[in-house]
Design a protein around this ligand. Structure first.
Ligand code: ZN
Length: 107
């Protein structure tokens, strides 16, 4: 039990650090209103979908496959950045949607 909590706490704290460092970014595409949240990690930017899925390896292996965790640190970071109001916001034209998605998918 202790170990299980430790795993979640470490991700939570890492997410808090990212949130405090302003590494959570909210992209609003206009005029569609599509919103994408991205967290800048150590290696690259990580795209998340609807606060439920993240494209990082930790979420895929431990969240989806092994079902050991509800969220990776990126998902924690987004929730915390929303609560603390520390995220950066960008408005991007819908014309550039494919460009940004392709950038984020290049892991
Ligand atoms: Zn993640």
């Amino acid at each position: 039990m202790f170990q299980k909590n430790q795993i979640k706490i470490s991700r939570f704290l890492r997410g808090l650090k990212s949130a405090m460092e302003g590494r959570v970014k909210k992209y609003i595409f206009v005029p569609s209103g599509i919103i994408r949240w991205v967290v800048t990690g150590e290696k690259s930017d990580y795209l998340t979908i609807e606060n439920r899925f993240c494209l990082c390896e930790d979420f895929f292996l431990n969240g989806v496959i092994k079902r050991k965790i509800p969220a990776c640190y990126h998902l924690f970071a987004i929730q915390l950045a929303k609560t603390l109001d520390t995220f950066q916001e960008f408005k991007i034209s819908d014309k550039d949607y494919d460009f940004y998605i392709n950038e984020w998918l290049l892991l």
